[in-house]
Design a protein around this ligand. Structure first.
Ligand SMILES: *[C@@H]1O[C@H](CO)[C@@H](O)[C@H](O)[C@H]1NC(C)=O
Ligand SMILES: *[C@@H]1O[C@H](CO)[C@@H](O)[C@H](O)[C@H]1NC(C)=O
Ligand SMILES: *[C@@H]1O[C@H](CO)[C@@H](O)[C@H](O)[C@H]1NC(C)=O
Ligand SMILES: *[C@@H]1O[C@H](CO)[C@@H](O)[C@H](O)[C@H]1NC(C)=O
Length: 406
């Protein structure tokens, strides 16, 4: 548990301390209190000290003594793993905010409860893929530096990664097209996208579809994150500030992904289950990471790419807080020889449309909309959906026109 409110944090800490005093002041055997905090040999005592510091840094509070003991045992094991791993070179791992979890607990608490790649097959080979055949890519790109990526968020112990990946892509395309970076609501998606499973996982495609159907998504501040499942609040969900007209899947190859990320930050699904991923600190990640779509268990946001000492990498924004990884980010090795996108491990769906292609006069709008539909292979199931799509299109067109004039 991470406390957002420092006052409450202080209060609980105080309670914890007085409880600890109470337990320690029992004059007889510790085991009567059921709590032998740490084993006694010197090495373990040293790590116990590090654990105390780590708890303080990460404002970690365990409600049960057993939880604390288990946390310490995991910490100890991870500490030994980190030392061994870092001696081997390559990316480095560290005692980050997930360092008191075993790899099994980490998978259980932070990753999707089901394999997210399952739905993918249906879409591979679709004609949308033609749009990304090749492109002229500069040697590096970082959307974060261009000011279209919000600060790193923290999903907490809720398998809602898909909602953060979704908002990230929409925040990006919205900032690129309107010039305004607006943080959007994950909680709304967790509670309202009934085709997904809230804290148990979900697909970005379903979230995009829901936002289109709803006619938009609220801001982070008007529908704040709680890291819990809940009932969709219609009042808050009606506070629509940003909408999209469509989304597209990116075909599963490196070049297509590169071309797609040139246009905007992209929602991607990856395998994040390795202990190296859990404890990642910095450098170009080259740890275990399956390229089998069946192994996808996490969703993130691809915000760019680069190259260092001849090694290509993707820049990936995660949703485990700024204390995880490299200030919340991970650099993942980009292996162009793999059949799928790279070691980034396959499956991506993206939002894609570019308003700046449309700058004709008002009376040509309908025609432009038809062309746009054709280009994006957009099909509306019902006439009223098409009508609403056009309405949004017209409003956005006007906005883009005004914006570009300034
Ligand atoms: C929904 O949100 C509104 C505005 O924040 C709030 O006043 C209302 O109590 C919420 N409704 C429910 C059922 O939580
Ligand atoms: C949008 O399209 C225009 C014209 O094709 C192009 O110059 C511009 O770079 C594109 N913008 C984005 C963000 O893709
Ligand atoms: C990588 O995966 C293999 C096979 O699953 C496993 O044996 C190995 O220990 C893993 N390595 C790391 C660093 O996690
Ligand atoms: C790249 O090379 C420089 C100079 O040798 C070194 O300092 C740096 O750590 C290297 N980067 C990586 C990611 O290996």
């Amino acid at each position: 548990m991470f406390l957002k409110n420092p006052q409450i944090g202080a209060l609980v800490l105080l309670l914890w301390q007085s409880m600890a005093v109470l337990i320690l002041s029992i004059p007889t055997d510790f085991s009567i209190a059921g709590y032998n905090p740490y084993p006694t040999n010197a090495h373990k005592l040293h790590i116990a000290q590090l654990f105390e510091q780590w708890m303080e840094t990460h404002e970690k509070i365990y409600s049960q003594p057993e939880d604390r003991t288990r946390g310490f045992e995991n910490f100890l094991r991870n500490y030994e793993y980190v030392n061994g791993r870092n001696a081997n070179g390559g990316h480095s791992v560290g005692m980050n905010n997930l360092a008191d979890l075993s790899n099994e607990e980490f998978r259980e608490k932070y990753l999707s409860k089901f394999q997210m790649g399952k739905r993918r097959e249906r879409r591979v080979g679709s004609d949308n893929e033609r749009n990304y055949e090749s492109c002229d890519a500069p040697p590096s790109l970082n959307w974060e530096e261009k000011g279209v990526v919000t600060a790193v968020k923290n999903q907490g112990q809720c398998g809602s990664c898909w909602s953060f990946s979704t908002t990230g892509a929409i925040e990006g395309i919205n900032a690129i097209t309107t010039g305004e970076l607006i943080s959007l609501s994950e909680q709304e998606l967790v509670e309202c996208v009934t085709t997904n499973w809230g804290c148990n996982g979900g697909y970005m495609d379903y979230a995009f579809e829901w936002i289109i159907q709803n006619g938009g998504i609220s801001t982070e501040s008007s529908y704040p994150y709680t890291a819990k499942d809940g009932i969709c609040n219609i009042t808050q969900a009606n506070n629509k500030v940003v909408t999209i007209d469509g989304y597209q899947d990116v075909p599963p190859n490196d070049e297509a992904l590169l071309c797609a990320v040139l246009k905007q930050p992209i929602s991607v699904g990856i395998d994040a289950g390795a202990r190296d991923f859990q404890l990642y600190k910095e450098g170009i990640y080259n740890g275990n990471c399956s390229s089998d779509p069946e192994e996808i268990n996490h969703a993130v946001l691809l915000v760019g790419y680069g190259s260092e000492n001849g090694t290509d990498y993707w820049i990936v924004k995660n949703s485990w807080g700024a204390r995880w990884g490299n200030q919340g980010y991970i650099y993942i090795k980009r292996d162009q020889s793999l059949p799928y996108a790279s070691s980034i491990c396959t499956d991506f769906s993206s939002l894609g449309y570019n308003f700046s292609n449309y700058n004709a006069e008002q009376q040509e709008l309908v025609q432009l909309f038809e062309q746009w539909m054709k280009k994006h292979e957009k099909i509306y199931a019902r006439p009223e959906d098409k009508a609403r799509g056009f309405e949004n299109f017209a409003k956005n067109f006007e906005y883009v026109h005004k914006w570009n004039a300034n």
